[in-house]
Every structure is written in structure tokens, then in C-alpha cells.
Design a protein around this ligand. Structure first.
Ligand code: A2P
Length: 273
């Protein structure tokens, strides 16, 4: 049902997934369970979200076969470095109750620590050991990507970055295209902030959809992987019900006009961590 993209290691990733930032361990079994029952087949968590135990419980209780759910987790900034990152992955797997994740990411480059190359070497080893089926990064800027590829010869499969209609990241996406790195959008709705933009509202009217559905469809039609978060049952369903229409060239042109150099809402990866 969900369209997929091919990663540079030959594996497939669903283009539409479920984000779990700000869903805590107590809420996760029910909310993630609802997402799986709705049809989401990519679940995005992280050690830093403090919900891996609940996310793992939801996956096991869902009845969905393990090989049909694409599970992503991430190594936090306090576990940068070769040994620490390997330990952090084992701890995440224990909490999740899984033998392997589908995708393991370095959560932030944290350039002031200057350990992301060694962290990347740990992820390369974890992939060889079968603990992570694919490996990638998050919040990496072009210079960080260039450096890990130059120093290890291994290109990440994916970079998960802040990306929404007000912050479209054209320059970074061009680098990704050149290196065959899939782009995954976090905060695809700009934390809800793009839902009243005139171009989004107009397209919603035209297609008989909600603004959130237009924004999420924009991610899919732009060749991105997207992971909206919602704790609300109606919105969990709404955000998944976007697989039966497409935006047209006029919609895409109008939404392109929402891009704003100052549109970043999260931390700046050049200094964070
Ligand atoms: P809630 O969990 O109450 O639904 P993003 O993924 O861009 O970070 O946005 C997440 C935020 O957007 C959350 O606050 C979430 O709140 C809200 N949200 C998620 N889906 C929708 C929707 N379909 N319409 C409006 N707000 C939404």
C-alpha cells in the first residue's frame, strides 16, 4: 500500500511513516499500536525520545509480522564515539526487544564533540554485525556528509533533516541526490505551523483534503520520506489517508513559494550537541 523508495544499499523504505517524538513510554503502546493498526509500516523512534520500550511493546502486540515493519532508531549525542555508539545500539535493541533495527541513525553530528566519524564507524560495524539493516544519519550538513564518506568510504543510506514547506532545504537535497542519499523529513508539518499557509489552504480546498494532507502529500510528491507525529486518533488516520491522490504542477509551484531561508524551527546542526 505505502509507496517505497530504494536506499543506496538496495533495501526499500516506506515513504510514509509514523514519528514518535514527544510520545512517552506510557503513551507509546496505545498510540503506536493505533498507527500500526491504521496501516503505518515505518515507526521512527530514538534513544532520546525515552519511548523505545513502549514502541517495541506496540510492535510486538500489533500482530504485524516483524519483517513488515520498518523500525528506525537513533544514537543520541551522549553516545558519540565508537564504543559508546555500539553500546547505545545494544541498549536500544534491548529496550525495543528486537534483534535488529531496519535503520540506525546518528541523531546529530554534534560537531563540537568532533566524534561523528568514529560514531559512523560504529554504525558501519553494527551493519556488518546485522544489528542495523541500513545505516544513515540525521541533521548532517554537507560538510559532515563529505567528511564521513571521505574518511570511511561508506555513504549513508539516508539523512533525516528538518524539512517542511517553509524550510525546503533545496541545497542539501541537491547534495543528497548527487550522493544517492534518501532525504527523510522531520517535523513535516512544521509542527503544525504551515497549515494555515494560503497555498496549502487553497490546494486543500481544490482537492477536498485537509491542509495536513496537502502538506504530507507534498513530501511524497517531492520524493521524500516523511514521518508525521500525532497522538490524536483522528489525525493519525487523517495523516495516513493520502495515498489516493497527487498534487499537480500548479500546487507544487504555489507550495514552492512558501520556502523561507529563516523557516527553520529546530536547532541549527552546525552548533547543536
Ligand atoms: P497532535 O499530536 O495533537 O495531533 P510535526 O510532525 O511537523 O512535528 O507536527 C506535529 C504536531 O502537529 C503535533 O503537535 C501534532 O499534534 C500536530 N498534528 C499532527 N497531525 C496533524 C493534523 N493532521 N492536523 C493538525 N495538526 C496535526
Amino acid at each position: 500500500m505505502t509507496p517505497t523508495l530504494r536506499l543506496n544499499d538496495g533495501r526499500q523504505i516506506p515513504q510514509l511513516g509514523f514519528g514518535t517524538w514527544q510520545i512517552d513510554d506510557r503513551e507509546a503502546p496505545e498510540t503506536v499500536g493505533r498507527a500500526l493498526a491504521t496501516g503505518y509500516r515505518l515507526i521512527d523512534t530514538a534513544a532520546a525520545y525515552d519511548n523505545e520500550t513502549g514502541v517495541g511493546a506496540a510492535i510486538r502486540a500489533s500482530g504485524v509480522p516483524r519483517d513488515e515493519v520498518f523500525v528506525t532508531t537513533k544514537v543520541w549525542n551522549d553516545a558519540q564515539g565508537f564504543d559508546a555508539a555500539r553500546r547505545a545500539c545494544e541498549e536500544s535493541l534491548t529496550r525495543l526487544g528486537l534483534d535488529a533495527v531496519d535503520l540506525l541513525l546518528i541523531h546529530w553530528p554534534a560537531p563540537r564533540q568532533d566524534r561523528y566519524v568514529d560514531t559512523w564507524r560504529a554504525l558501519i560495524r553494527l551493519k556488518e554485525e546485522g544489528r542495523a539493516r541500513s545505516i544513515g544519519v540525521s541533521n548532517f550538513l554537507p560538510a559532515h556528509l563529505e567528511r564521513i564518506v571521505r574518511e570511511t568510504g561508506v555513504t549513508p543510506a539516508l539523512n533525516q533533516i528538518e524539512l517542511h514547506p517553509r524550510f525546503q532545504q533545496a541545497a542539501l537535497r541537491k547534495v543528497h541526490a548527487e550522493r544517492e542519499i534518501v532525504t527523510e523529513s522531520w517535523s513535516p508539518l512544521g509542527r503544525g505551523g504551515i497549515l494555515d499557509a494560503p497555498a496549502i489552504v487553497a490546494a486543500a480546498k481544490k482537492h477536498g483534503r485537509t491542509p495536513a494532507q496537502i502538506a504530507l502529500r507534498w513530501h511524497l510528491d517531492s520524493g521524500l520520506v516523511t514521518i508525521p507525529k500525532s497522538s490524536n486518533p483522528a489525525r493519525i488516520a487523517e495523516n495516513f489517508a493520502i495515498l489516493d491522490f497527487r498534487l499537480d504542477a500548479d500546487d507544487l509551484k504555489a507550495i514552492a513559494g512558501l520556502d523561507d531561508r529563516g523557516g527553520r524551527i529546530g536547532p541549527d546542526p552546525a552548533v547543536f550537541g
